[in-house]
Design a binder for this molecule. Structure first.
Ligand SMILES: [Fe+2]
Length: 255
């Protein structure tokens, strides 16, 4: 199987384009107003990540019974998925407070003065097949639509591709850019910085490398499976670029 395909190189270029997005141009840090806008768009991507992870878990180590042994418990893939679910859904801080990373992000939004109520309402009412009447920023909506379209393809390799290239291996660079735009002395941004730093750390050291193993494994050495999955990864990056375009446009219209 050839991994060095034109499409794969195109994907790498898209990731570079994403990471040099104008939104994160070096210079002044985000003002509080700009950060609010950023978070009110981004929360949807924080939320839909869990659905990617849960759908992977369904394939790899489902919570159905009777439980049966499978190959994933022996090759580290079940360990990876359960580890991610463990930390993303049930983290704990040094004071024994339990929280999901989504909860942490919502707290961080409140610290910054951002409004999470639209997103919470959206999430509450969202159903896979009927969500046309729900309100969200247009680009955030397109972003999650793209994610759920991939999940609905119901193919482990496609979902692993957006997980690996849309998130785990791309997040460290992407989040470093975001971090450099956040005033490091403002204590109102402590939770946000904690959320971002935790992901940079753990994705670059563990999740990133392991997710590549997962993705390669799910391709079963088949060019067709690989090519289709890469298409999904490209769409995920394009949706993310569009999401940042939306944030930038709103910031420019507000200033
Ligand atoms: Fe991760």
């Amino acid at each position: 199987m050839n991994q060095n395909t034109k499409k794969f190189i195109f994907l790498q270029d898209k990731i570079k384009e994403l990471n040099s997005h104008k939104l994160f141009e070096q210079g002044a840090t985000f003002t509080q107003e700009e950060l609010k806008i950023f978070m009110e768009f981004h929360i949807y991507a924080v939320w839909d990540f869990m659905s990617i992870v849960k759908s992977l878990q369904n394939f790899i180590c489902p919570s159905t019974y009777p439980w049966r042994p499978n190959k994933y418990s022996k090759n580290g893939i079940a360990h990876l998925i359960n580890e991610i679910v463990f930390s993303e859904e049930s983290d704990v801080d040094e004071n024994d407070n339990y929280f999901s990373h989504f909860d942490l992000y919502v707290s961080a939004m409140h610290d910054v003065g951002a409004d999470s109520s639209n997103a919470m309402n959206f999430i509450e009412k969202f159903e896979l097949h009927e969500h046309n009447l729900l309100e969200a920023p247009k680009e955030s909506f397109k972003f999650i639509q793209n994610t759920f379209n991939c999940i609905k393809s119901n193919k482990l390799s496609n979902i692993a591709a957006i997980f690996t290239y849309g998130r785990e291996t791309t997040i460290p660079d992407m989040f470093s850019k975001i971090l450099s735009k956040i005033d490091e002395k403002d204590i109102r941004y402590n939770n946000l910085r904690l959320y971002i730093k935790r992901h940079i750390e753990v994705d670059s050291s563990r999740h990133g490398p392991l997710s590549i193993q997962l993705f390669n494994y799910t391709c079963e050495n088949s060019q067709d499976i690989f090519d289709e999955a890469v298409e999904y990864a490209i769409k995920a990056i394009e949706a993310r670029i569009l999401l940042w375009d939306g944030v930038l446009k709103k910031i420019n219209n507000t200033n």
